[in-house]
Design a protein around this ligand. Structure first.
Ligand code: FRU
Length: 499
């Protein structure tokens, strides 16, 4: 049963909080609720929003529908952390309670100015029943002095129409802002009138008055019809533009998800409002990764969190009154034109008991003593030949009817994630292009009840997936064709990320 208000004037944070309190115990009982991947207290979570540093803490907001485990009228949920690893929930930050955002406080970002935390977000209003065309999106702000309670600005909406030109008048959302010198910049997700994804650049000297600069980047038809949730930042003297294109078509083994997120490496010229860039690359080759957002942390590292997206197929956790989880924080680095994503080193502080094995020839299916579990991290170094085939099965049931397969296939030059027999939920196969590094494959695998993240070769490729194994399916089995040796395996039980 849902208590969703029928009128936007009734959409209060207090009501949402009361409802969440009531349903949280149901969500907490779910064996699929992750232990160290953050999720909402209950009901729907999607895009990370407002990922920022403020008064010594990191704040992470998210697209949140407090009244049901499905996408709906969006609020902003809120949590904070001191180290980006251990989190606590804070009250819902934004409710769609104004005429200009009554059908959703859509995605956006946050920035500190004069000791206050500003949220910039998209107010969404449906103007008809065809939500693909009949909508109005405007850019708005809210401000807080304590990082907990936010007040929407009287000047809202700050940007009430899309610029003229070959720019869709209504699909105009997800402001990501940053400061450069005395100037604030904003990138916005957009589409052209002829259905190409694009990013718009704005600038402002006070966060309130925004001037349109340029269409910063635009795709061809290969790159979909709309670019959502852009993020632009400098990394190692180059610039990275992250985009989440909707509508890309499968090409060979890639782009099989409904929507995917990737990046363009290039040079941003703020004077010209231009961004010259190289080709699009995926940020993640798994099934579930979308709308990531980054923050520059206290140590100057660029840290990214993404939504383990749930657009495709059923969501078995719905039955338990929750839906959606974030990835662990990933640190981004550049090697040439390749972006590497590695687990934030502080994730190691969640490690508990360790089990280790060394030098095991992978020639048959074998379980290893003490290596199983639902909330664990695995670290592997495998010595292999270029045409070796080996891997591991996780989430195995005792009768082997359930398993999730992770295979290095040397002849194909791919790492393959196979969910066909994972349990409940949608199956399918995803592949990442992978080669051995000096005759070795390095893996870090994070398994957390219904979340898997696989970091391959120190973050050269990443694959993320949701999966729904049965109650006792926590077995792990290694396999190979005899040509590979598991030189090192470490397994840690993982602690909860909740304070
Ligand atoms: C991406 C997205 C954003 C939008 C939000 C609405 O998942 O579609 O473009 O702001 O979700 O929930």
């Amino acid at each position: 049963m849902s208590y969703e208000p029928t009128n936007y004037l009734d959409n209060s944070i207090m009501k949402a909080e009361e409802y969440l309190k009531r349903v949280k115990p149901v969500a907490d009982e779910s064996r699929w609720k992750p232990k160290y991947h953050v999720s909402a207290p209950a009901n729907w979570l999607s895009d990370p929003n407002g990922f920022s540093a403020y008064k010594g803490d990191y704040h992470l907001f998210y697209q949140h529908h407090p009244y049901a485990p499905e996408w709906g009228n969006m609020f902003w949920g809120h949590m904070k952390s001191n180290d980006l690893v251990r989190w606590e929930h804070l009250p819902v930050a934004l409710a769609p309670d104004q005429e200009y955002d009554k059908d959703g406080c859509f995605s956006g970002s946050a920035i500190e100015k004069d000791g206050k935390l500003y949220l910039l977000y998209t107010g969404n209003v449906w103007t008809g029943s065809d939500w693909s065309q009949e909508l109005l999106q405007v850019q708005c702000a809210a401000v807080s002095e304590d990082g907990i309670t936010f007040t929407k600005l009287e000047q809202n909406p700050l940007i009430d129409v899309a610029p003229e030109g070959n720019i869709h008048p209504y699909h105009f959302r997800d402001p990501k802002i940053w400061q450069q010198g005395h100037q604030y910049y904003m990138v916005l997700g957009s589409r052209s009138q002829d259905d190409r994804g694009q990013v718009l650049l704005y600038k402002s000297s006070d966060l309130l008055d925004w001037e349109f600069v340029n269409v910063l980047a635009q795709g061809d038809e290969r790159l979909g019809f709309m670019w959502e949730c852009p993020d632009l930042f400098e990394l190692n003297h180059q610039h990275v533009l992250i985009i989440s294109p909707e509508g890309m078509q499968p090409e060979g083994d890639f782009y099989h998800n409904k929507s995917q997120s990737g990046y363009l490496i290039g040079h941003f010229d703020e004077m010209q409002g231009s961004f010259k860039h190289h080709d699009f690359h995926l940020l993640d080759y798994g099934f579930n990764f979308y709308a990531p957002q980054t923050v520059l942390d206290r140590q100057g590292r660029r840290v990214m969190i993404g939504w383990m997206s749930l657009w495709d197929g059923d969501k078995p956790e719905e039955a338990h009154q929750w839906a959606g989880a974030m990835t662990i924080p990933r640190m981004l680095t550049l090697k040439g034109e390749q972006l590497y994503s590695t687990p934030l080193p502080e994730m190691e502080s969640l490690r508990k008991e360790r089990v280790s094995h060394t030098n095991i020839t992978l020639d048959q299916e074998q379980a290893l003593d003490g290596v199983r579990g639902n909330s664990i991290e695995l670290e592997l170094a495998v010595q292999a030949e270029a045409n070796s085939v080996f891997g591991l099965k996780i989430g195995c049931s005792a009768d082997s009817s359930e398993e999730t397969l992770l295979t290095f296939n040397g002849p194909e030059g791919k790492f393959i994630l196979d969910r066909t027999h994972s349990g409940e939920g949608v199956g399918g196969i995803r592949k990442a292009p992978v080669h051995l590094q000096d005759g070795r494959l390095f893996l870090r695998i994070f398994i957390d009840n219904s979340c898997i993240e696989i970091f391959i070769n120190d973050g050269e490729q990443v694959m993320s997936a949701r999966f729904y194994p049965g109650e006792n399916s926590d077995g792990i089995v290694f396999f190979g064709d005899g040509s590979a040796v598991l030189e090192k395996l470490n397994k840690w039980e993982m602690d909860s990320c909740w304070l």
